[in-house]
Design a protein. Structure first.
Length: 335
């Protein structure tokens, strides 16, 4: 009797990268490790490799997102590379269109442009990036402007994105609340929910997006990608151990400390208060942690419950070889 194919077989798996830094390592070493990680993902058949834009965060080296996309795309063969996302209030739409139009021209058919309306930083850094504090309120208009700049020239606009015009780089909307779900539905754009750090509105956001979706030139039906924190290892016990790296990092985040990757520890007891433990557990509430069987079961349940079209995983393990091993486990459970 043949083994039944997993429902995961037809679900694309993708990766969200923050270029996590170990304390004492250099930016160059970190980005080289990100490339080795991306090459392994490319070899194994992952669908996308996206960088998240963050600023003023020691321990995260993905601030110059479009530069890193070119670095990865130029050194891989097949995998789509993109932004998850570009925080649009930090950038003029024309500059984004020129950057991603250039990337698409260099690596045709492999570039994605995910957009968010958060600053990806603290308020002081946000002001350093952009003096206009009302930019987030203009997000819908600036998404429209980007679509126009990346689309075919209509013969009317005085300002044109060269490169960019006519490239039609795929635009995705990212969100952790309901705003982007509503906007993605109105515009008929694919939607990514940031479950890797904000599980709270998951069900409502996906319901609103599907309910209010209007077909467009780029998409005829809703397409949902879900971000999840991943800790995959050979056994459940090893995965729980390796997962303490992420817990220490979120703990540092809520304390306002630097975000260096720390080695895993046998126990978190004594490292946090009961209140901090609750916060970290809520932050990582959608984490998929375990050995192959546990990971497979958890992902299958999420697909059955939410009907997501694609997963995008954060995989912030301390050891590069363990990160690569997690990718192998993920692809094996699709069988």
């Amino acid at each position: 009797m043949s083994q039944q194919t997993s429902i995961l077989a037809d679900i694309p798996f993708s990766l969200l990268e923050l270029a996590p830094m170990r304390q004492g390592s250099t930016v160059g070493e970190t980005l080289h490790n990100s490339l080795q990680y991306a090459k392994e993902a490319d070899r194994l058949g992952f669908n996308r490799f996206w960088f998240a834009e963050h600023h003023n965060m020691p321990g995260i080296a993905s601030a110059a997102t479009s530069v890193l996309i070119g670095y990865i795309a130029g050194n891989t063969q097949r995998i789509r590379v993109g932004a998850g996302g570009i925080m649009l209030p930090n950038h003029a739409p024309l500059v984004v269109a020129e950057q991603f139009g250039t990337l698409e021209s260099l690596y045709p058919g492999r570039i994605d442009l995910g957009l968010g309306r958060a600053p990806g930083s603290d308020q002081v850094t946000s002001r350093a990036l952009n003096r206009d504090t009302s930019r987030a309120e203009k997000f819908p208009e600036e998404v429209s402007e980007l679509q126009t700049l990346l689309g075919p020239y209509n013969g009317r606009h005085a300002v044109r994105a060269i490169p960019g015009e006519g490239t039609n780089v795929p635009i995705w909307l990212l969100g952790s609340s309901l705003f982007s779900a509503q906007l993605a539905a109105q515009r008929g754009l694919p939607y990514v929910f940031a479950g890797h750090f904000a599980p709270r509105f998951l069900y409502d956001a996906i319901e609103i997006y599907r309910r209010d979706f209007k077909p467009s030139q780029v998409l005829d039906k809703p397409y949902v990608m879900l971000g999840l924190p991943l800790v995959a290892a050979d056994t459940d016990e090893e995965a729980q151990f390796l997962g303490t790296t992420s817990k220490q990092r979120v703990l540092a985040l809520i304390r306002g400390h630097e975000l260096w990757l720390k080695p895993p520890v046998e126990t978190m007891d004594g490292l946090w208060s009961a209140q901090e433990e609750t916060y970290v557990d809520n932050f990582l509430g959608l984490s998929v942690i375990g050995g192959p069987a546990t990971i497979k079961h958890r992902l299958e349940m999420i697909v059955k419950e939410l009907g997501v079209n694609e997963f995008i995983f954060t995989n912030d393990l301390y050891d590069l070889d363990k990160r690569k091993k997690a990718l192998q486990i993920l692809m094996e459970i699709k069988q």
